[in-house]
Ligand binder design. Structure first.
Ligand SMILES: [Cu+2]
Length: 224
């Protein structure tokens, strides 16, 4: 029995061995196949990834170039003159000319104000914030400023609704004019009012005359 069993074992032994080796081969083949499948899938995913990336970067470029085109502001120059009462024939009645200003929306505006007024009109108590440049950058006769000493303020060109305030000093002695360059950007369309906040009019407070008359020290500011 033992012998037979051992013979039987030896007979069946190799068969089992061969079947095991076949299984091993199969296992190896299938694992290779799986490995190739994984490689193939990774390859396909990589190609898709590159393609998607290219598409998305194209669309990003397209959208960014689109936003650049909407963001590119038009450069616009607006010229104003600040005339004195003598120039207008009305003593004590300084005037911004023209009184009505129209500027395109989304524009980079250079507001050039040439003033002939050598008289200062310091801002009244509670209004001295208008001695500070707001909502843009300013140069006076080529020098950058962020404010003007109140004793030297002659006028302001202020559009409260859009937060811009340009400060115009009195023309210094020895000069005929002083030139204020105020740069700012317009955004939305709208019709606003500009004012001068310096008491440059007549009367005991300087708040009468030109200060109370439309088209003298106040006018329209249209962003179209
Ligand atoms: Cu004024």
């Amino acid at each position: 029995m033992k012998l037979q069993q051992s013979i039987g074992d030896t007979k069946t032994g190799p068969k089992r061995v061969s079947s095991i080796s076949t299984k091993k081969n199969l296992n190896e083949k299938s694992s290779r196949f799986r490995f190739l499948k994984v490689l193939f899938t990774v390859g396909i995913l990589a190609i898709f990834g590159v393609a998607l990336n290219a598409c998305s970067s194209n669309s990003t470029n397209a959208s960014s170039s689109g936003s650049q085109s909407t963001a590119s502001a038009k450069p616009v120059t607006v010229n104003l003159t600040l005339e004195t009462g003598k120039m207008d024939g009305k003593s004590g009645w300084p005037k911004f000319v023209p009184s009505s200003v129209t500027i395109p929306a989304n524009a980079e505006v250079t507001l050039k104000i040439v003033s002939y007024d050598d008289g200062a009109s310091p801002l009244l108590t509670g209004m001295t914030q208008y001695a500070n440049v707001q909502g843009g950058t300013e140069t006076i006769d080529g020098s950058s400023v962020t404010s003007v000493p109140n004793a030297n303020v002659a006028h302001t060109f202020t559009v409260p609704a859009i937060g811009i305030n340009a400060v115009i000093p009195a023309v210094p002695s020895g000069q005929t004019t002083t030139t204020v360059i105020f740069k700012f950007k317009t955004s939305k369309k709208g019709t606003y009012v500009w004012h001068c906040y310096a008491p440059c009019g007549s009367g005991s407070t300087g708040m009468e005359g030109a200060m109370q008359t439309t088209n003298w020290m106040e006018g329209s500011f249209v962003v179209s």
